[in-house]
Design a protein around this ligand. Structure first.
Ligand code: ZN
Length: 671
């Protein structure tokens, strides 16, 4: 005889996190209706029953279920397990399939798969609703199953409130006594990082996006997973697995642009980056005072060359934009070797390299050449036609800014500089890594911190950005300047100005995790924009993770810092380190004592043992009461839990639940 396999949907309107959830509409259809209609297509179920409470608030659920043609069992609100047993008895079940009503995408084929597995495996309990026992299932397509006889048994044994409230928890808490199994996920559903359950309104918003992308009551689970993965891919959440190809395409596109501290190629660069993240392009007009500096005139260049008497170009801007000193004023002259020579710059060591030179704040002009070009010009002796078709006039300085809000308004600063022309490691690698990292951050679920991500011309752009956001940036505690991240060499990191700041330890941990040796550079006032962000007015602890850092590699500031030295794969490897660091940062928790003046009256908040007087500090001071007192003493909104744990010599894992309890009581708050 075929057993009666009865699916019991547990649902009620009262949800603390999401009141009225079950009748909330997804794609215009109440969540409960999604569950029932999808479930009714399963072929192995004898009956589907809704188990809900007797409260009047749940009448609407019962009516909807009845209108969809399923039976309804109503029982005690608090005793979920009791309701479950009652529903099973009412339906005369042999086996019970527990359906969580939070799963609107419950899949009939996966429920059938569970029922068959249960019949074949002679287990006490089977499940495929989540990634359990290594099943690897995406969360939200399956269910849990046990025999009605076992359900009756645990209903007698389970007396603790939590075991009455969570119907199958008793089995998991006594796992050794029962044979618990999980169905292994089929490959197309083996994405445990994907969740389709609805706990909160923001979960519902995610599912709404899937419905907008085509998911309906008929859509099978594997198709839902495919659509979800596509949305995550576009949002960057699957990053950085397959980043190299995409990074390579952007490296090729952006490398040729003749960027400087101002000019159209900078705007063009920022516009290309907008394909990756929706950054905002700001313009600061020439002549604007920013602290001790003034935004210079805007520089743009069309062409430049040095030609011999026959018009042949010996040095040609079109071959490399490094040939012209950045910010060269326009010239159109005929001159001989003696006049030309002081205008030429060669690389001191590398004969084949074109060096990189700038003259931003002194009106000047010049050419950068290889040793061979220099020798040829010297030998020819002139006359030479020397042309720089550039323009220097009032305009503006462009920079990009992307603000990614998190649960906490407290910001983390990420900064890169966009002012270098065709050089790959110095500047471009950092710019692209920053954009890809920004996309990763924007795709993070439940992001804790807010992020201020800026793409600025070095020095003057960073100063302008600080001046324009002074108040907000004064609140920032830590930042990263991202540059020289694409070379083939070892990882290194430059410490922030306070070596004891947690950012440094976190970077060391992340670099140690790579298993390779890395170089530590102590803070130094030279370098990049960390010296703006760390200046007295801001004092942001700003560090840098790099690979072939500026100053250190032979091709630095030359034409040999190109796309044969830097590869997309190398950039992607460094990106992965930054992604891990963001993971560490996101796990960082900082609490603030809301009663900072004098000591908290613990009993008033239900935090003190009932009888006072006899309490003596325990040896070593590590009782829960001691930890509460230490947390209240140390949680100042600046020290993080890891730091406090290290100081108290207890594992952070021991402190976090206590801190959370203090936060529940309103004594601490998470910043
Ligand atoms: Zn540089």
């Amino acid at each position: 005889m075929t057993p009666r396999n009865v699916a019991v949907i547990q649902a009620r309107m009262g949800s603390q996190r999401f009141p009225g959830k079950m009748l909330t509409r997804l794609g215009g259809i109440p969540l409960l209706e999604w569950v029932v209609r999808r479930l009714l297509r399963a072929t192995t179920l004898t009956q589907v029953v809704l188990a809900t409470s007797e409260r009047a608030g749940d009448d609407a659920l019962a009516e909807l279920a009845a209108s969809l043609g399923i039976a309804v069992f109503r029982g005690s609100e608090a005793d979920v397990l009791g309701r479950f047993v009652g529903a099973a008895r009412m339906a005369g079940a042999d086996n019970v399939v527990r359906i969580c009503a939070d799963n609107p995408f419950i899949d009939p084929a996966e429920v059938d798969r569970l029922v068959r597995h249960f019949a074949d495996s002679r287990c006490d309990y089977a499940c495929n609703h989540q990634d359990r026992l290594g099943s690897n299932y995406a969360d939200g397509f399956g269910a849990e199953m046990l025999s009605a006889a076992l359900l009756e048994k645990i209903s007698v044994k389970a007396v603790e409130p939590r075991h009455r409230e969570h119907a199958t928890l008793y089995l998991w808490d006594h796992a050794g006594e029962y044979k618990l199994t999980a169905v292994a996920a089929p490959a197309e559903l083996a994405f445990p990082e994907l969740r389709f359950d609805v706990d909160t309104p923001s979960d519902l918003a995610k599912l709404e996006a899937l419905v907008s992308a085509g998911v309906s009551i008929e859509t099978p689970a594997h198709e839902i997973v495919r659509i979800a993965r596509e949305i995550r891919r576009v949002a960057g959440a699957d990053f950085p697995k397959d980043a190299s190809d995409e990074l390579d395409a952007y490296l090729q596109r952006l490398f040729p642009l003749c960027r400087s501290i101002t000019g159209n190629p900078n705007r063009e660069t920022l516009r290309v980056l907008q394909e990756i993240v929706p950054l905002v392009i700001h313009e600061v007009p020439s002549g604007t005072a920013v602290y001790d500096w003034t935004i210079p005139d805007e520089w743009n260049i069309c062409d430049a060359w040095i030609a011999d008497a026959s018009g042949r170009r010996i040095v040609d801007f079109r071959a490399s934009n490094l040939h012209v000193v950045s910010y060269s004023e326009p010239v159109n002259l005929v001159m001989d070797w003696a006049e030309l020579r002081p205008r030429l710059h060669r690389h001191p060591e590398l004969a084949d390299a074109i060096p990189y030179r700038t003259s931003y704040y002194k009106r000047d002009w010049g050419f950068c050449v290889t040793h061979a070009q220099f020798a040829e010009l010297e030998q020819l002796g002139g006359p030479f036609t020397v042309v720089i078709d550039s323009e220097l006039k009032p305009g503006s300085l462009s920079y990009g800014e992307y603000l990614v809000p998190g649960v906490s308004p407290r910001e983390i600063l990420l900064s890169c500089y966009i002012c270098h022309p065709s050089m790959a490691n110095d500047s471009l690698s950092g710019v692209l890594l920053t954009a890809f990292l920004a996309r990763h951050i924007a795709g993070l679920e439940n992001r804790h911190w807010s992020y201020r991500i800026v793409f600025v011309p070095e020095t003057i752009g960073a100063i302008a950005c600080c001046a324009r956001n002074e108040e907000a940036m004064k609140q920032i505690d830590l930042g990263l300047v991202i540059t020289t991240v694409g070379g083939p060499g070892r990882f290194g990191y430059k410490q922030s100005f306070d070596p004891a700041h947690p950012i440094n330890g976190m970077i060391e941990d992340v670099l140690s995790d790579t298993g390779a040796e890395f170089i530590t550079y102590p803070f130094d006032i030279h370098g990049s924009d960390e010296r703006q962000y760390s200046s007295q007015g801001f004092r942001i602890n700003t560090a840098t993770i790099c690979r072939d850092r500026y100053y250190e590699y032979p091709y630095y500031h030359s034409s040999l810092d190109d796309l044969s030295f830097v590869t997309a794969k190398q950039v992607a490897e460094t990106l992965e380190v930054y992604v891990r660091l963001v993971g560490r940062l996101e796990a960082r928790r900082i609490y603030r004592n809301r009663i900072p003046h004098c000591e908290v009256m613990l009993s008033r908040h239900g935090l003190y043992p009932a009888t006072g007087g006899a309490q003596r500090p325990e040896l070593g001071g590590r009782s829960e009461l001691d930890l509460i007192l230490w947390l209240l003493f140390l949680c100042d909104g600046k020290l993080d839990i890891d730091h406090i744990a290290a100081r108290l010599q207890v594992p952070s894992g021991e402190l976090v639940p206590i801190a959370d309890r203090l936060a529940d009581k309103g004594v601490l708050e998470l910043v």
